[in-house]
Design a protein. Sequence first.
Length: 251
Amino acid sequence: MNVDHPAARPFTYVAIGVLGLAAAAAVLIQPDAARTQTTSGDWEPPLTTHGHPDLQGNWTNQTLTPFERPEGQGPVLSPEEVAAIESGQAQTVAERTAPVDPDRPLPPGGEHRVCIDGATTCYDEFYREPGERVAIVNGEPRSSLVTDPPDGRIPDLTPEARRRLAEATEFRGRFGQYDHPELRPLAERCIVSFGSSAGPPMLPNYWYNNSYTIAQNEDFVVIMAEMVHDARIIPIRDPQERSRAGPHRIT
């Protein structure tokens, strides 16, 4: 991934420990079938037969809202800014998915802004699903997913984090890039998704495969990410209570 591409920036943020993402994620991830539905003030969320909020279904966290707030930008977008962002994305999609000349020359490789792997991998817009809308939190269109610090900017790494990063870089520097497969990034080897699609925190990758399937029973919620099919299994009942209930399985 070209680190200059906007989709690459969140991938370096996972270990930073930025707080304040939960509220944004709760709104960003929305059921595919319910994007256009509205609810009245007396609406109550559905419950499972066990009395827990029913989260099951297919969801997505596609968004045009960047992870980090641009410098000088306020926390809430104006209607004009929202229109410009969303219409701009729509225009980009229309332009990049228009029919092309079959006799056109080869693409310019790594200089092309949708190439993610140097000169070897160029994605047509057909394969991308970055989203069509900005994130709405408490009725407000947000300019970033980061809400704390209040400026929406990523805090600097702590001295300890910088030390550990330097150690890891120094260790990897002892080997050639292709000395053995374990040196290749985990995402490249499809062991974990690139970025933090499966979390925690569960962040959009601003590229593709942003869908999730959620299933649950009395004891657990399972969130399966489309990207690399990573699955998170989250207990929702007290461990001691689960142990008293005996063996169980997710159905």
